[in-house]
Design a protein around this ligand. Structure first.
Ligand code: MLT
Ligand code: ZN
Length: 567
């Protein structure tokens, strides 16, 4: 225990820092949402948050981005010429379009670029938010019921038309957009919340419901959706389940595999698989829904989910620290687990470079005046304010008194909580703000987790690809992520996408991770970006069994997938 005379001044320093903390300039009301926002801009699927949500910092994109380069996204097939369209798949014809229009019953449900020019309208369905991948679909379908999805799938299966399911199109591995001319099946019109029972905490909703909307709905009854992530204003819960999204509070609530109770899905041949169970316990044979959770749409399209939502915590505290080394970050994490125990709901890591890039991209002021090599954000969520404050104070006294933490701030109110979170959530967007970004989402044993960032930075310092002027493709190498889950996000921020940069990173990063028995995709999935590297994380036997599972659900297209261009 630190002695009191050391601990009290430490606490005073924390509070003093707090008064100097300015809210970032980008925490804006929904109505003032900037048009340059990319990730949160997809199609018509944007959820209009109420004023309280708008102030949450979820919409944390910068208001002005004068230095953001505008360039046309190259078609994926040009950037990756080794990808070949499977000629077994038919091209969409005017007759197919007529079938879809008759089926969906409304012109606005079919974005038709087959019988007319609709390239502008189709752009949002073809392009991903990283501006790295761009498909060439000529048609996007927006069904509004499971039966419609089923009929679309049956028709496509019978007629050998390739499809690509799409939720909010906020994915980070190129899985949510087509590669060639696959038909996009966009679920944004399937957006009804069916039931929420605040005794059991079970929510049943359509796949196209936006995450923020689902969270607000259960929040009105003092519950919380067990997933939170920066794109929550645009991403859809069906996509969250299909990609087994991890997010910011996995440490507390666990993964989708543990929280989803049931799903309804449409299989490639149009069969509706109704496993929309609301039971926590059901030990009757294989748990088939688990194959769809994280299956990335390769074996079927999730159309509804039922999910267990925990009670929303009454007392939430957020602290933001500066630390002098990664060793100290690990010590802080150890102490947080020990002293905050059951109330710890997030422990996030950010390096100096990630915060500097965030500051530069957003124009926001950082919470601490001085620079620190590392930062972390700690959140506690509990049911008793006094109890939590006492625990948090003891923890703060300890980490400040023992000089594990160099400086820090604690949020005093909800606005500051959101502003502190914005410093973490805004990094993802900042990474690609200046042109492009190479993103790696890795599980690495904690002691070695940050070594990869150091080695990557060194690699670019030595290979002449990183520098301060436009002559260099690479701007900076940043490391951040979910320390509590041993999940590093290694981002190489670039001024443009460049094959030399990609070659310097791949497969080197994957080899590095594989040697340490990590995973090449902790939470983002394989998508197109990682599919050919799956062997670095899964054995041949496992891949073979996965292919057999794929073949079982989608025999028409056992090798080349009819649902989603994954694996
Ligand atoms: C995050 O945690 O911010 C995202 O998963 C990382 C990313 O956008 O690369
Ligand atoms: Zn993440």
């Amino acid at each position: 225990m630190p002695s009191l005379h050391r601990a009290v001044p430490a606490l005073r320093r924390l509070r003093l820092a707090n008064t100097a903390f300015q809210q970032p300039t980008f925490v804006v009301k929904a109505a003032a949402r900037p048009t340059c926002q990319l990730r949160y801009q997809h199609a018509e699927a944007k959820y209009e948050a109420d004023a309280s949500t708008a102030a949450s910092g979820v919409d944390h994109s910068p208001q002005e981005q004068p230095d953001r380069p505008q360039f046309k996204i190259k078609p994926t097939s040009e950037s990756y010429p080794n990808l070949k369209r499977d000629s077994r798949f038919k091209e969409v014809t005017a007759d197919d379009v007529k079938f879809f229009k008759d089926l969906l019953g409304s012109d606005s449900a079919v974005i038709d670029g087959v019988t007319q020019d609709a390239s502008e309208d189709l752009e949002a369905f073809n392009a991903d938010w990283m501006r790295k991948y761009r498909g060439q679909t000529k048609i996007a379908l927006k069904p509004e019921s499971t039966e419609q999805v089923s009929k679309i799938m049956k028709y496509c299966n019978d007629n050998l038309l390739a499809v690509n399911p799409q939720g909010g199109n906020t994915g980070l591995v190129g899985g949510s957009v087509p590669v060639f001319d696959e038909i996009v099946i966009n679920l944004s019109r399937m957006n009804k919340i069916h039931t929420f029972d605040d005794v059991s905490g079970v929510l049943v909703a359509d796949a196209g419901v936006i995450l923020q909307q689902a969270d607000d709905h259960v929040g009105a009854k003092s519950h919380i959706f067990p997933l939170d992530l920066g794109a929550k204003g645009s991403c859809q819960i069906g996509g969250n389940v299909a990609t087994n999204a991890g997010g910011l509070r996995l440490l507390r609530y666990g993964s989708m595999h543990g929280n989803v109770l049931g799903i309804e899905a449409v299989l490639p041949d149009g069969t509706i698989l109704d496993d929309l169970s609301m039971l926590r316990k059901n030990n009757t044979g294989y748990d088939l829904k688990q194959l769809f959770i994280g299956g990335e749409g390769t074996i079927g399209i999730i159309t509804k989910i039922s999910i267990l939502c925990p009670q929303r915590s009454q007392a939430v505290n957020v602290a933001y620290f500066g630390l002098e080394s990664y060793e100290k970050v690990q010590q802080a994490f150890r102490e947080a687990k020990k002293q905050l125990g059951e109330i710890l709901s997030a422990f996030e890591l950010m390096d100096r470079q990630s915060q500097a890039l965030y500051k530069r991209a957003s124009g926001a002021k950082l919470p601490l005046e001085a620079e620190h090599p590392f930062y972390c954000l700690i959140e506690t969520s509990g049911s008793n304010t006094d109890h939590d404050s006492e625990k948090l104070n003891n923890f703060l006294e300890h980490v400040m008194g023992e000089e594990i933490v160099t400086d820090g701030v604690v949020a005093q109110d909800e606005t500051q909580i959101h502003s502190l979170w914005a410093c973490r959530e805004g990094i993802s967007e900042a990474g690609q703000h200046f042109g492009g970004v190479y993103k790696y989402d890795l599980s690495i044993p904690l002691p070695q987790l940050y070594d990869l960032v150091n080695e990557t930075r060194e690699r670019f310092q030595n290979n002449g690809l990183m520098g301060d002027t436009d002559d260099f493709p690479v701007l900076d190498v940043i490391g951040y992520g979910h320390m509590g889950d041993s999940n590093l996000h290694l981002n190489v921020a670039t001024r443009r996408y460049d094959k030399q940069v990609e070659k310097a990173l791949e497969p080197w990063v994957y080899e590095w991770v594989s040697k340490r028995n990590g995973s090449i995709s902790a939470e983002h999935g394989l998508g197109l970006a990682k599919k050919e590297y799956i062997g670095y994380s899964r054995s041949e036997t496992m891949i073979k069994v996965m292919k057999q599972v794929k073949g079982l659900f989608d025999p028409v297209s056992e090798r080349c997938l009819i649902v989603a261009e994954n694996w």
